[in-house]
Design a protein around this ligand. Structure first.
Ligand SMILES: Nc1ncnc2c1ncn2[C@@H]1O[C@H](COP(=O)(O)OP(=O)(O)O)[C@@H](O)[C@H]1O
Ligand SMILES: [Mg+2]
Length: 313
C-alpha cells in the first residue's frame, strides 16, 4: 500500500466553476521522493494544499480521493484531519517569512509544534528544539532559538521552517517550491539538507518545483503537470534520459541545471486554447489532428511510466 495516494483529484474555481486541476492522480511510497514539476499556474500549489484539505479561498474540490496509509482523508472527521496536519504530514512553503509568526522567536515556534504533537515535558521540549535546529544545519542553535524571524537570513528562515516541519516527526513532508526564493548556493544547500534528512529518516517527500533541474536533483519519481493535468510520470532517470511527452522534452531542453527558467516554454506560449482536445495542443511541435479535438488518455507505458499523448497509443 502506498503511503499517500491521490486519486482523480479535481479542483475548480468556486466562483466560475472552471476546472483548474483535472483528474490528477499520483502516489508516494514510503521513503520515496516524488517530484511534481510544472510551470507556474499548472496547479502544483492548489494540489499540494488540497492533500490536507487546506483549500485556498476560492477553490473547491469537485471530486477525487486522497488516501494516507489506506485511510481516506476526505472521509475523515475534521478532527482526524487536524491530527494528521503537522504530525504525520507536514508542509513547507516557498516563503518562510509569511509562514512564520513575526512576534515569536524561532525557538518558541518550533516548541509550539512539539507542544501540540508530542508528549515531551517543557524541559525536554527546550532540548529537542536545539536538537532540531542543529539537525537542519543551524549553527549556534541557542542563539538562533532566541532570534525572531526577521533577524534571520532567508536561508536560515527556511531551515527553521524545516525544523518546524520535522518537529512532529512526520512520515510525509510536502515541500512546495521550498528553495525558489533562495539564491542558487543556498538553494543547493537546502536541497542537500532535505535529501539527507529524507534518506536518513526514511521520510517520504513530495517536492514541488517549476524547475526540472531542482526536481531531478532530489526526486526519485516525477510527475509532470501542465494546466492541471498529468502529462507524464516515471522514474526520474528514465524521464530525463528519454522524455516521452513533447512538453517534458521542452522542459528538459530549456531547463538544464539549477535555477533556469524554462525560457522556450514562455517564448512559444500561444494563447489560443482549444476548448476540447489535448491541453498541450496549441504549443505542441508534434501535434496531431486527433489531439485538436480529442483529449488523450494517460497511457501506461510500463510499470512506472505513463504519458498523456496520442503518439503512444
Ligand atoms: N485562491 C484561488 N482562487 C482562484 N483561482 C486560484 C486560486 N489559487 C490559484 N488559482 C488558480 O489555479 C491555477 C493553479 O494555481 P497554482 O496551484 O497556484 O499553480 P502553481 O503552484 O503550479 O504555480 C492557476 O490558474 C491559478 O490562477
Ligand atoms: Mg505554486
Amino acid at each position: 500500500m502506498p503511503l499517500l495516494e491521490v486519486e482523480n483529484l479535481c479542483l475548480a474555481d468556486s466562483s466560475t466553476g472552471k476546472l483548474l486541476v483535472k483528474g490528477v492522480s499520483f502516489s508516494v511510497e514510503k521513503g520515496d521522493v516524488l517530484g511534481i514539476v510544472g510551470e507556474s499556474g499548472s496547479g502544483k500549489s492548489i494540489t499540494a494544499l488540497s492533500i490536507l484539505k487546506l483549500y485556498p479561498p476560492g477553490i473547491k474540490c469537485t471530486s477525487g480521493k486522497v488516501y494516507f496509509k489506506g485511510m481516506s482523508i476526505y472521509d475523515m472527521p475534521e478532527s482526524e484531519v487536524l491530527k494528521l496536519r503537522g504530525k504525520q504530514i507536514s508542509m513547507i512553503l516557498q516563503d518562510p517569512l509569511s509562514a512564520l509568526n513575526p512576534v515569536l522567536t524561532i525557538g518558541e515556534q518550533v516548541e509550539e509544534v512539539l507542544e501540540v504533537h508530542s508528549s515531551l515535558s517543557k524541559k525536554q521540549r527546550k532540548k529537542r528544539v536545539l536538537e532540531l535546529l542543529k539537525e537542519v544545519g543551524i549553527s549556534d542553535p541557542e542563539l538562533r532559538a532566541r532570534s525572531y524571524p526577521h533577524e534571520l537570513s532567508g536561508g536560515l528562515r527556511q531551515r527553521a521552517m524545516i525544523a518546524m516541519a520535522l518537529a512532529g516527526e512526520p512520515e510525509l513532508l510536502i515541500a512546495d517550491e521550498p528553495t525558489t526564493a533562495l539564491d542558487p548556493t543556498l538553494q543547493i544547500q537546502v536541497l542537500e539538507l532535505l535529501k539527507n534528512i529524507s534518506q536518513k529518516k526514511g521520510l517520504s517527500l513530495i517536492f514541488i518545483s517549476h524547475d526540472l533541474g531542482v526536481i531531478s536533483y532530489i526526486a526519485k519519481h516525477i510527475v509532470v503537470l501542465y494546466k492541471g493535468e498529468v502529462l507524464e510520470t516515471g522514474k526520474v532517470e528514465a524521464v530525463l534520459k528519454e522524455p516521452l511527452h513533447p512538453y517534458t522534452k521542452l522542459l528538459i531542453d530549456s531547463s538544464i541545471g539549477l535555477n533556469k527558467q524554462p525560457k522556450s516554454c514562455q517564448e512559444n506560449l500561444i494563447f489560443e486554447e482549444p476548448s476540447e482536445g489535448c491541453v498541450f495542443y496549441p504549443r505542441c511541435v508534434k501535434r496531431c489532428e486527433k489531439g485538436r479535438k480529442e483529449k488523450p488518455p494517460l497511457i501506461k507505458v510500463d510499470e512506472t511510466r505513463s504519458v498523456r499523448c496520442f503518439l503512444y497509443e
